[in-house]
Design a protein around this ligand. Structure first.
Ligand SMILES: Nc1c(N[C@@H]2O[C@H](COP(=O)(O)O)[C@@H](O)[C@H]2O)[nH]c(=O)[nH]c1=O
Length: 155
């Protein structure tokens, strides 16, 4: 069986980066993983005020809209760092919120797929041939948390 998720209000919606589960990193609070991810596109660019604008965006959709504004240039190394940045955020999310951590661990070894009809990088895309990096990341975070819990139990 494979778990498909996408929209926050659909099954396994808590796996979406748009789900309302805030994270704290380096002393700053981010309302969703999406806010964190979109803002990090602009670290080190000339006008960093966009970062605060994204952090203060009222919804993750607004944060994504700001981060995807084609008139703005993202940091030059974005394609190299974006997977690492997303993983930090997703791991923090599932370490912080124990209710959704239980949902993630409850999926045991099932395959998890972000069923995005448009995104062939983070999701599987319309024809489901996409790379599914977000689904893969959720499975790797699941593995890491499982390992951490086992270590704690045996110590
Ligand atoms: N869930 C979800 C989306 N998917 C998310 O979009 C992000 C990738 O953004 P970018 O790198 O700017 O293309 C990533 O977090 C992916 O999971 N996009 C949406 O417009 N609506 C949504 O409900």
């Amino acid at each position: 069986m494979t778990i498909y998720f996408y929209k926050v209000d659909e099954p396994y919606g808590c796996f979406s980066n748009f789900s309302p589960h805030g994270i704290r990193r380096k002393g700053l609070h981010w309302p969703t993983v999406e806010h964190y991810y979109q803002a990090h596109k602009f670290i080190g660019v000339e006008d960093e005020s966009i970062i605060t604008q994204i952090r203060n965006a009222p919804t993750p959709d607004e944060a994504a809209k700001l981060g995807r504004d084609p008139s703005r240039t993202v940091r030059s190394n974005w394609d190299w760092v974006k997977l690492g940045i997303m993983r930090e955020a997703v791991l923090t999310k599932f370490l912080t919120h124990l209710d959704i951590q239980a949902i993630l661990l409850g999926t045991e070894d099932l395959t998890i797929v972000e069923d995005s009809p448009t995104d062939y990088f983070w999701g599987c895309g319309e024809d489901r041939t996409g790379q599914n990096h977000l689904g893969q990341m959720l499975m790797s975070v699941r593995e890491e948390i499982r390992g951490r819990l086992q270590e704690k139990e045996s110590s």
